[in-house]
Design a protein around this ligand. Structure first.
Ligand code: NAI
Ligand code: 15L
Length: 270
């Protein structure tokens, strides 16, 4: 018996990092994106789907037979409102509705620190910013992640899906700049967190932070640990190099960093 996990946005940064890391004996990764993706390597058990998360028929077909969906697909930075609304908000509703229609019991949604990006870092407190800190979006993009979480809550309460929303910090091969020393989610810890979200018995609806166990971190990892997540990485091993090469950026006093100073509605540098 094989388990199929549908991953949307699989051609993106996180999707590409997770493709080898989420491979397991007995698991098929169904990798969906608008973009073409490299074919299966030797021994790799994957299915490739080229489709948009905004296409209800394609998404319902893609969800068929899946045990879970990891929804990463969408716009991952600031953009004009119409695009954010169509892809991130309507696209996420389409994914959840497709999962419901196809009987997929569990959906993991990529939320973001930018859902609470305007919150001052100084307010983090000793235990870190709780994972259910109230919305304080820094951009239209951040607003869309608040909506993503709200849609997940709706689909849990009204239709019984298990939905875990991960407020991801910064998931890249290395921490991006000084802020990244606090916000980094290493690719290996990212995979550990997705595995915990897939394996937790009946999680219901949850919001957790997605970060490594960073010495300078300011997110609470209590909620993710309660799901079974055990981070092993710490951005601190990059500190000397990063601090020698770069300085804090404007906006770093707020959780959202550079997104908090970018003009609303205009694409920002990643
Ligand atoms: P990315 O921009 O590298 O990848 C997004 C992928 O989604 C791309 O491959 C793109 O082609 C695909 N996509 C866009 N529109 C689509 C559509 N209509 N249908 C199907 N696929 C579509 O983003 P990244 O970094 O991989 O992030 C993945 C998710 O995690 C995004 O939802 C992002 O908002 C979220 N996130 C990422 C963080 C990070 O540090 N990388 C931090 C916080 C949240
Ligand atoms: C995000 O939400 C973005 O998708 C990602 O590209 C990074 O900018 C990340 O947040 C971050 O805050 O570092």
């Amino acid at each position: 018996m094989t388990e199929t996990v549908l991953v949307t946005g699989a051609a993106g940064t996180i999707g590409r990092l997770m493709r080898p890391r989420l491979a397991r004996p007995g698991r098929t990764l169904r990798l969906l994106d608008l973009l073409d993706q490299p074919p299966a390597g030797p021994g790799e058990r994957i299915e490739l789907v080229t489709a948009s998360v905004t296409d209800p028929a394609a998404m319902t077909a893609a969800c068929r037979g899946a045990a879970a969906v990891i929804h990463l697909g969408g716009i991952s930075r600031e953009a004009p409102w119409e695009q954010i609304l169509a892809v991130n908000v309507d696209g996420t509703r389409t994914v959840l509705e497709a999962a419901r229609l196809a009987g997929v019991p569990r959906v993991i949604l990529a939320s973001s620190n930018h859902a609470v990006g305007m919150r001052p870092v100084a307010e983090a407190g000793p235990g870190g910013v709780p994972a259910n800190a109230p919305p304080r979006p820094d951009t239209y993009y951040g607003v869309s992640k608040v909506a993503v979480e709200a849609l997940g809550s709706l689909y849990h309460d009204r239709f019984g899906l298990d939905v875990v929303c991960i407020r991801i910090g910064s998931c890249f091969p290395e921490p991006p700049g000084v802020r990244g020393l606090a916000t980094w989610l290493s690719p290996d810890d990212g995979a550990r967190l997705f595995e915990a979200c897939l394996a937790a018995p009946s999680p219901g609806f949850r919001v957790v932070w997605g970060a490594s166990d960073n010495t300078r971190g300011h997110y609470s990892l209590t909620e993710a640990r309660a799901l079974g997540y055990s981070p092993r990485d710490d951005a601190e091993r990059f500190a000397e190099k990063i601090l020698a090469e770069s300085a804090p950026a404007p906006g770093d006093a707020l959780l959202g960093g550079g997104f908090t100073t970018t003009p609303v509605g205009e694409p920002n540098p990643l």
